[in-house]
Design a protein around this ligand. Structure first.
Ligand code: ARG
Ligand code: GLU
Length: 676
């Protein structure tokens, strides 16, 4: 009796949890459309995804290698986040043209700046190929059949219970059209990252170009703006709590179905180790940045990327503990085991999975430890690249390798190397400490500090000039390259521990069994950087006892945070002037009795890394915002989504328009948009 009620309770827990949880495959969205329409969506499944006619999917792209973007005009104008465009903006910047600091606005098509190497990918179609894979067909063969010069890949869902073919059109001529200064696009910096309330104008604008037939082409001045089959109209009507929201984009990695062992590994072993190691690196970098404004700029992107996951993991550990995810999963597994006990094909599953975790955990842990320590020593990687360059060409190292040194500082790298090698020693089981590393340390100084000094004093890779002057043999024997090789791990690192093949093979029957057993649960495949739909509504949440967080932030909050003495909160003067004059044009609005400009909002959509830049769409299919983050209490949602507190953060499209218009003076861009 007691067991039955526990099972019911658990089922109930998962039913409620499925409220706004889920990242759905667009070609199967039909199964959700009734629920979506009940929540305020007014369009059809065919409007979201269709292979017969233009649909919303044609307006969404994978931007670069890990963000989302969306078309907002029939002439290829594309929106994404500022932090997604950051690398491109940095690449195009120089001391004379510092677009990160001052922003950039093309005032005509001719002024748009090509970004070499940047691509965007449009999903042409997706197709269930499970039957073919199960009949033994090779995925390479299925891919090879795809015609039309498209890029294709076959991706497993539910750990290989289903397979889909994805066919993409990859555009290679992408140009920067506009970006606000970082003081708007990155406002709040790492301080506000993963935090609500938020006031970041996290957007940048690009344009995709194609050949005369509207097909992808390398950059050419003869290319024409790409004409997408579909683009988003922009809603200027505004949003309020309770409004329907849909996110269409490319989430990268979730693990909602992993067993308790995997969650325990994340919360007790992996995250704490990575957090501690990154804390030391960030302390060293921050101290150097405080000493010199040049270093602050030089290390800004590195600091941001180290800090981003570092901060997320901290929230994730707290979230997993707060939700009691490990215990909940354990109880769920016990219920499952009882059901499975008399089914021959499932009875052994959990034991096999646990055994596989025990087997794989050790080398996976070492892989993670390598990645957070020895692998982060930049000099090793640089020495290796320089050696390879010389080896291939038998002569001089091409000038473009100079760029490896643009944001490189050997003194900081040396200090970091000492810290991470000591960290490595601390976290590495004694019997796993690489013999080769111990030998190098003993031979060259005896201590880690002395050894690192030896490496940096004797390496030929600490500057481009030195590397260029060195012989191939010298670079091959370079002490930094030897160090790099010691940290070259022979096991492939997988998306996460559960994706190691030794474990993943058990997840396939496990997911199959779960779907048979737990029929109340709404299953969706884990994120894997394929196109997904998430939907929910604009909603505040109970942040703490007695502390409710409203779902909308405004320009007034920016002004409250504004502080010229704090880098992250020092807004451009033009924004202060606009505020002083209340010169908001058509973007001003009364919110809670104040004439202001809306800036950001939160909603209940289930999102993950990769959803940055995703369109936030209202019930009519119009653009109301650009997704860019989650709140602090949501950071565990890659493992367990809690609908009462999980919120994604988006920049309000009206703030984007306001900045283009009032700050950028580029309102000419509105001519090609559909403002509603
Ligand atoms: N947290 C967001 C994401 O995961 C934004 C990161 C960029 N912003 C930053 N301050 N580092 O990517
Ligand atoms: N900021 C993340 C990204 O760059 C998206 C937000 C998230 O992880 O929720 O993809």
């Amino acid at each position: 009796m007691k067991k039955i009620s526990l099972a019911l309770l658990l089922c109930f827990a998962f039913i409620t949890a499925s409220a706004d949880e889920g990242m759905w495959l667009p070609n199967l969205i039909g199964s959700r459309i009734k629920d979506m329409r009940q929540k305020g969506f007014r369009l059809s499944a065919e409007d979201i995804y269709s292979i017969n006619q233009a649909s919303m999917k044609d307006a969404v792209v994978l931007f670069g290698s890990g963000c989302t973007g969306e078309y907002i005009s029939e002439e290829g104008l594309l929106l994404t986040n500022h932090h997604c465009g950051y690398g491109s903006i940095q690449k195009l910047s120089s001391v004379e043209h510092d677009y990160l600091t001052y922003g950039f606005w093309a005032m005509s098509r001719g002024e748009e700046l090509p970004v070499p190497g940047l691509t965007v990918r449009r999903l042409v179609r997706m197709e269930d190929v499970t039957a073919r894979i199960e009949a033994g067909e090779d995925s390479e063969k299925i891919i090879a059949e795809v015609e039309g010069g498209y890029f294709a890949s076959v991706q497993p869902m539910y750990y290989g219970n289903q397979y889909f073919l994805f066919v993409y059109e990859v555009f290679r001529d992408v140009r920067l059209v506009g970006t606000p200064p970082s003081s708007i696009g990155k406002f709040g910096g790492d301080t506000d990252n993963w935090i609500w309330p938020r006031h970041t104008g996290d957007f940048s604008i690009f344009r995709v170009y194609a050949d005369k037939d509207n097909k992808p082409a390398d950059y050419s001045k003869d290319n024409k703006p790409y004409r997408p089959a579909r683009h988003f109209a922009i809603s200027t009507k505004g949003v309020k709590e309770g409004d329907f929201t849909m996110i269409y984009g490319f989430p990268g990695n979730t693990q909602e179905y992993v067993i308790s062992d995997a969650v325990e590994y994340v919360a007790e072993v992996s995250d704490p180790m990575k957090i501690a190691l990154r804390t030391e690196r960030l302390d060293i970098i921050s101290a150097a940045q405080e000493q010199s404004p040049a270093i602050r700029i030089q290390y800004a992107a590195k600091h941001a990327s180290i800090a981003n996951a570092w901060k997320k993991w901290q929230g994730e550990v707290l979230g997993i503990k707060r939700l009691g995810t490990v215990d909940k999963k354990r109880a769920y597994e016990n219920e499952f085991a009882e059901w499975a006990a008399d089914k021959e094909e499932y009875a052994h599953l959990l034991d096999s999975m646990k055994a596989a975790y025990n087997e794989v955990r050790e080398w996976y842990y070492m892989g993670e430890l390598y990645a957070e320590t020895g692998k982060t020593i930049e000099l090793g990687g640089i020495a290796n690249v320089m050696y390879a360059a010389k080896h291939r060409r038998h002569e001089n190292i091409a000038d473009n390798f100079r760029k490896l040194y643009v944001n490189y500082n050997a003194d900081i790298d040396r200090a970091l190397a000492k810290a991470v090698l000591k960290g490595f020693e601390r976290y590495c089981p004694a019997e796993k400490f690489p013999v080769a590393l111990r030998e190098e340390i003993n031979k060259y100084g005896g201590t880690i500090d002395a050894y690192v000094d030896y490496v940096f004093d004797n390496s030929n890779a600490t500057s481009f000039e030195k590397a260029e002057a060195a012989t191939k043999e010298q670079l091959e024997a370079d002490p930094a390259r030897r160090l790099f090789e010691i940290f070259t791990f022979d096991k492939k690192m997988y998306r996460n521990l559960s994706n190691a093949p030794e474990i993943e093979r058990w997840y396939r029957p496990y997911l199959h069994a779960l779907r048979e057993w737990d029929q109340q649960r709404a299953f969706y495949p884990d994120a894997n950087l394929t196109l997904r739909v998430a939907y929910g509504s604009i909603a505040g949440y109970q942040y703490a006892d007695g502390e409710y967080h409203n779902p909308v932030s405004t320009l007034d909050g920016i002004i409250e945070k504004d502080n010229p003495a704090i880098y992250d909160y020092n807004i451009p003067q033009v924004l202060r002037d606009i505020y002083a004059r209340k010169d908001y044009g058509r973007w001003g609005e009364n919110i809670n009795g104040r004439y202001t400009v809306p800036v950001a909002f939160i909603a209940t959509n289930h999102t993950s890394g990769g959803n940055s830049g995703s369109p936030v769409i209202n019930g009519k299919g119009e653009l109301i915002g650009i997704n860019f983050d989650r709140t602090w209490l949501s950071t565990m949602s890659d493992i367990e989504f809690d609908p009462t507190i999980c919120r994604n953060i988006s920049v309000d499209i009206r703030y984007v328009m306001f900045v283009i218009d009032r700050v950028g003076g580029a309102s000419y861009l509105f001519d090609e948009m559909k403002l509603k």
